[in-house]
Design a binder for this molecule. Structure first.
Ligand code: DO4
Ligand code: MG
Length: 275
């Protein structure tokens, strides 16, 4: 079951049919502790609607904050150690990879986040920019994982590598986050074999492609949520990106006009062009 936020209202999809979700704001939906069960009730009682096909799908975010976990895959640990070695920061990434406490950082708000087919941005003062394709959790105010979406944690590697204290500038800027295309309701946990695929197209040709399975994710998503909720409250619910396991080679940097396609089945495909 998938939930879409569109310019014509909110729709739930089940078995290729779409059902309008009765009058309720997106924020009220995101904050529901019983979101999967509530939407199962909508599907059971509503009639299918064809209106969805004329609608534009929007980023699935309202007043939720987006947070992110870092260095949760071995590949990310290695890439960060390499980029920060001249700044003497490489050791921190190795230590956080093995530590009990995960790295969690504030990533985005709705005004910095784009939806499917909208444009992500690279910073004008960065020389080395990459997308980070990440399984992203929808977390209820009480800390229940109620859904999954696809996230792109756009990052400026040169700024981050120059000094770990520059992390917020490398990660948080206008157009630095993409989410979508929908919320896959967490009726069952995603299988460990789930794959995250990244393709980057330049002038219509594949410039980079990579793939990682959730078996490589070192941290249990529920434990990441537990740390995020320590001493923090999220009255509207929140999103938590779970880190990247795909890092393009060091010679690669994004350019304007590149298309970034992230696929996580059964959630779907999130595609964005670089402005
Ligand atoms: O520690 C820096 C950021 C790590 C990150 O965003 C990731 O591993 O996905
Ligand atoms: Mg990341």
């Amino acid at each position: 079951m998938k939930l879409y936020r569109t310019d014509r209202g909110n729709f739930v999809e089940e078995d290729a049919q779409h059902y309008r979700v009765p009058e309720m704001s997106w924020d009220d939906l995101m904050a529901r502790e019983d979101l999967p069960e509530f939407l199962a009730g909508v599907v059971a009682t509503a009639r299918p609607s064809s209106e969805f096909h004329a609608a534009r799908v929007l980023a699935p975010i309202g007043q939720q904050e987006v947070w992110a976990a870092g260095v949760t895959y071995y590949r990310s640990r290695g890439a960060r150690m390499e980029e920060a070695k001249n700044a003497g920061g490489g050791d921190f990434y190795d230590r956080v990879y093995s530590a009990e406490r995960p790295e969690l950082f504030f990533k985005s708000t709705a005004n910095r986040t784009v939806g499917p087919d909208e444009k992500v941005r690279i910073r004008r003062d960065a020389r080395w920019s990459v997308p980070e394709p990440e399984l992203t959790l929808l977390v209820s105010p009480a800390g229940r994982i109620t859904g999954y979406t696809i996230g792109n944690d756009m990052s400026s590697r040169d700024i981050e590598g120059e000094n770990p204290l520059y992390l917020p500038q490398a990660k948080v800027y206008s157009g630095s986050c993409a989410l979508g295309p929908c919320i896959l309701l967490a009726t069952i946990p995603l299988p460990h074999a789930t794959e995250i695929m990244l393709e980057i197209f330049r002038r219509g040709m594949v410039e980079f492609a990579g793939c990682v399975a959730l078996t490589e994710l070192k941290r249990d998503p529920q434990v990441l949520v537990e740390y995020l909720h320590r001493e923090n409250s999220f009255p509207h619910g929140c999103f938590l990106m779970t880190g990247t396991g795909i890092v393009p080679p060091n010679a690669f940097t994004l350019a304007s006009g590149d298309r970034i396609r992230i696929t996580i089945q059964p959630i779907g495909v999130l595609e964005n062009e670089v402005a």
